[in-house]
Design a protein around this ligand. Structure first.
Ligand code: C2E
Ligand code: MG
Ligand code: MG
Length: 822
């Protein structure tokens, strides 16, 4: 039987198709391989299976198509389907094993070699099993050298492929990753094809009649090759598209994850995430700063780590309640709590909490802000707004707040509230005679004594001056009496201030809610009334308010009570009355006169309330306010461009005795910007009797450049000798003389004498109370310098006087102009 060697050739398009498949398969293997590197758990096995399948099927399809491209001349070849299918197995198995080995973390060269061995063996066995599937009338004889070479190529190819895979994976993040992958796939495809065609050339086909011939049922090899090729092609492309889409999706997720992280990390607030068991699972840089724990320290620890012990139980319960019932108390709101730092210190924080569910688990996110600084500032603000700076006690604002709160609660719970109005009896005297510094010390000590008599829930406040108000919420009558008695006892001890011993007693008035009033104002007013009654009845005692007290309240009492509040309630205004030069009729100055509008009594005359203000010492703050207001107004007129005027302000003797009068005057001049030569202080003769320092004080005021006048001259019944001692500029003739100059010859003589005497002493004279032209005429003839009275103008409000001044200055300008023309 002659054995002839069969010649063979290749179907070129199929060869190209096989090569294309090789590239695609390599690309898919690389792509999937990289994913295996990146993933863990179940996903890893999914990618591994996919990778093994793609790579195995790809290699197999490449080989099979290449085999189908092979034609034995004059011989029909068909394939045994079972063996063909069988040849797929080693390819997939080998690819899977290789991918698994290589992509495990910490892959070594040795492991790579083993991996390459597997793939190589898989490819070789697939190739030769595939050859064995050929059904034809020929036998295959292999050239051992070429066979070995093909096996070696398979091995080396596999090794190179694995290296490329690893390399590609390492650079996966770098730019141009896809092009690099394509390049690697191309190299791998050449290697795989190289192995195949080397393997094929190792085979020699010899005619063998004993061999089974291809039967009719055998499928046409070209058709088969194209179907497998195209099918495989589509399969691989689909797999790659799927992977690509997933990639895009993942990169978007990764992108948003990156954005999320960068937001969290750059946040100024601590951002902490805990799971439903309270375990910390996220901890940003700000949290590190805020709490002192690094991310490593914190992650995996209980939330308790940053919660002070005493709040932990509440927090745990809150979280449990939320998990069980969904009832959210802290969630979705911003609350203030305390945090615990690593060093054990606590600090106030603001917490905003949110939750979300993911895969059936609940997570809690917490945005935490350290508010230590803000709390400090708030506290400082509170102190400024709600505390009396001298004694540190709550002031009237805080008392009102607390009283309002107490009233709310008392209304609900049918409780009694007591208000104690305390006024120190001899305080004004001490303050005036021993000075403010001493007065302050006394107030501080008095505040401490009052506080020592009160309980925990009580509020002691300073209302201003020497007035204290004590709020006793939930008061029982006996208890209030006991506390009042205790207070009197406390003040029975002398005060020792700077080695000076002194006695100061309190007068205490008490009102009760609800019997004596249901609102803040009434309650305080009635306590005040009761206190006033104590004063009237000899001081140093306490009294409960009774309604008949209110009936018995005299106008004087009402005025005194009202005066205390007048400044705060802005019930005072200043009116201005012009003073004119008698010869020319020019306005030289104005006198500032205080006006008070009482909420119930209406306008009250200064003649009525000034003496009361002096008696109570309230003239001091009120007088200071007038001085400020008048200076401010004088400066405002100057700034308006009106001709500068002298502003005369009345100073009561009580004010004059103030040790800090000079300081007050110069401060007010400085604050208002008024030059001292535009200020005149009107003093009364009584000053002379009351103060031994009067001359010195006046001298200092003169040194400052301020004008001084004696008001109501002639009514003081004092010796005239003071006139030559006092550094004064002007005498103001009292209106009682002016009124009668035409009717009473004696008054006329008096006025004449005063004017002459003043001029002899080089003093200026102003006549007050000029109401008629005749009076003015009389004064003109006697060379009186200036005049003031209803004849020119009543005291009027500032804007009314502004108009008057503008008119006068326009008239003067016109007169000057006509003079110039004439
Ligand atoms: P005073 O300082 O002698 O003021 C002049 C008073 O005479 C003012 O009374 C004024 O309205 C009034 N008067 C002015 N021209 C006429 C007139 O032609 N006829 C009549 N019948 N009266 C005239 P007012 O404003 O009622 O003040 C009374 C007193 O109260 C003042 O007398 C002054 O001693 C005191 N006073 C007013 N304001 C202040 C103030 O701010 N501080 C102090 N310590 N005392 C003030
Ligand atoms: Mg006056
Ligand atoms: Mg007067």
């Amino acid at each position: 039987m002659p054995v002839s060697v069969l010649s063979s050739d290749y179907d070129i398009p199929l060869v190209l198709l096989s090569f294309l498949i090789a590239i695609l398969a390599s690309y898919a293997a690389l792509d999937f391989g990289i994913r295996i590197f990146k993933t863990e758990g179940a996903a890893r096995y999914a990618w591994l299976s996919g990778g093994a399948f793609a790579m195995g099927m790809g290699i197999w399809a490449m080989h099979f198509i290449a085999m189908l491209a092979f034609h034995l001349n004059s011989m029909q070849v068909s394939y045994d389907p079972t063996i063909v299918l069988l040849s797929i197995a080693p390819a997939i198995l080998a690819s899977g094993l290789a991918l698994h080995i290589v992509t495990r973390p910490g892959a070594s060269t040795a492991r790579f070699l083993v991996g390459a061995l597997f793939i190589g063996a898989g490819i070789v066995s697939m190739h030769y099993v595939g050859m064995a599937a050929m059904v034809m009338e020929a036998a295959i004889v292999y050239d051992p050298f070429l066979w070995a070479l093909s096996a070696a190529i398979a091995l080396v190819t596999s090794y190179v492929a694995l290296l490329l895979l690893r390399d590609t994976q390492r650079r996966a993040g770098a730019r141009g990753g896809r092009r690099r992958k394509a390049g690697s796939a191309f190299i791998m495809a050449i290697a795989i094809s190289g192995m195949h065609y080397t393997g094929m050339s190792a085979a020699t086909f010899k005619h063998d009649h004993h061999a089974m011939g291809s039967d009719a049922s055998a499928i046409d090899s070209s058709l088969l090759a194209y179907s497998i090729g195209i099918g495989m092609f589509v399969l691989l492309v689909l797999a790659l598209i799927g992977a690509f889409v997933k990639d895009r999706f993942e990169s978007q997720t990764a992108e948003s994850e990156r954005k999320f992280r960068s937001v969290i990390e750059s946040a100024n607030d601590a951002i902490v995430i805990a799971d439903s068991a309270g375990i910390l699972i996220s901890w940003n840089r700000s949290a590190e700063r805020t709490f002192g724990y690094t991310e490593q320290d914190a992650l995996g620890r209980q939330l308790d780590l940053i919660i002070p012990e005493r709040y932990r139980e509440t927090q745990r319960q809150g979280m449990e309640r939320y998990l069980v019932t969904g009832e959210a108390r802290a969630i979705g709101r911003t609350i203030e709590l305390h945090g615990l730092r690593k060093d054990g210190t606590e600090f106030p924080l603001e917490l905003s909490m949110a939750t979300w569910e993911q895969d059936g688990r609940t997570f809690f996110s917490m945005i935490i802000r350290d508010i230590t600084e803000r709390k400090k500032a708030e506290e400082k603000m509170n102190r400024m707004v709600y505390r009396d700076p001298l004694t540190g006690l709550p002031n009237r604002h805080l008392l009102n707040d607390r009283l309002a709160q107490a009233l709310d609660q008392a209304g609900e719970n049918k409780m009694t509230i007591a208000i104690m109005f305390i006024d120190l009896d001899r305080f004004k005297y001490i303050n005036d005679t021993l000075g403010h510094a001493m007065g302050d010390l006394l107030l501080i000590e008095a505040a401490a004594r009052i506080q020592s008599c009160t309980g925990k829930g009580d509020t002691v406040s300073r209302q201003g001056g020497d007035e204290f108000l004590v709020l006793l919420p939930n008061a029982v009558n006996d208890e209030v009496t006991r506390k009042a008695k205790q207070l009197l006892q406390m003040f029975a001890q002398p005060f020792v201030l700077n080695d000076t011993e002194m006695f100061v007693t309190p007068s205490i008035g008490i009102s009760l809610y609800p019997s004596d009033g249901r609102d803040i104002e009434t309650l305080i007013k009635n306590a005040d009334t009761a206190m006033y009654r104590v004063k009237e009845q000899g001081k140093n005692n306490f009294q409960f308010y009774t309604p008949d007290m209110n009936e018995a309240v005299t106008k004087k009492m009402k005025l005194e009570i009202g005066l205390r509040k007048g400044l705060d309630r802005r019930e005072f205004t200043v009116h201005y009355q012009p003073q004119l030069e008698v010869g020319t009729g020019r306005i030289k100055g104005v006198e500032a006169l205080l006006r008070w509008r009482h909420p119930e009594l209406g306008n009250v005359s200064p003649a009525e309330f000034i003496p009361l203000a002096e008696e109570t010492g309230l003239i001091i703050p009120i007088g200071e306010w007038v001085l400020y207001e008048a200076c401010r107004q004088a400066k405002a007129w100057q700034d308006e461009g009106l001709p500068p005027l002298r502003m005369a302000v009345n100073i009561s003797s009580r004010q004059f005795q103030q040790s800090n009068l000079l300081g007050t005057v110069s401060r007010i001049l400085q604050e208002t910007g008024l030059a001292p030569q535009y200020l005149e202080l009107e003093l009364t003769e009584s000053i002379i009797q009351d103060s031994k320092y009067a001359i010195a004080t006046m001298g200092k005021l003169k040194e400052m450049g301020i004008f001084l006048s004696i008001d109501d001259f002639g009514t003081g019944y004092s010796s005239l000798s003071y006139l030559k001692l006092f550094p004064i500029d002007t005498l103001k003739i009292d209106q009682s003389f002016t009124r009668n100059i035409l009717a009473d010859a004696k008054d006329a003589a008096l006025v004449q004498t005063i004017i002459n005497m003043a001029h002899n002493l080089e003093l200026k004279v102003i006549a007050e109370g000029v109401e008629t032209q005749e009076q003015l005429h009389f004064l003109t003839l006697r060379n009186c310098n200036e005049a003031q009275g209803y004849y020119f103008s009543r005291p009027v409000a500032a804007d009314e006087l502004s108009a008057l001044l503008r008119e006068a200055s326009a008239a003067q300008a016109a007169a000057a102009a006509s003079l110039g023309q004439g």
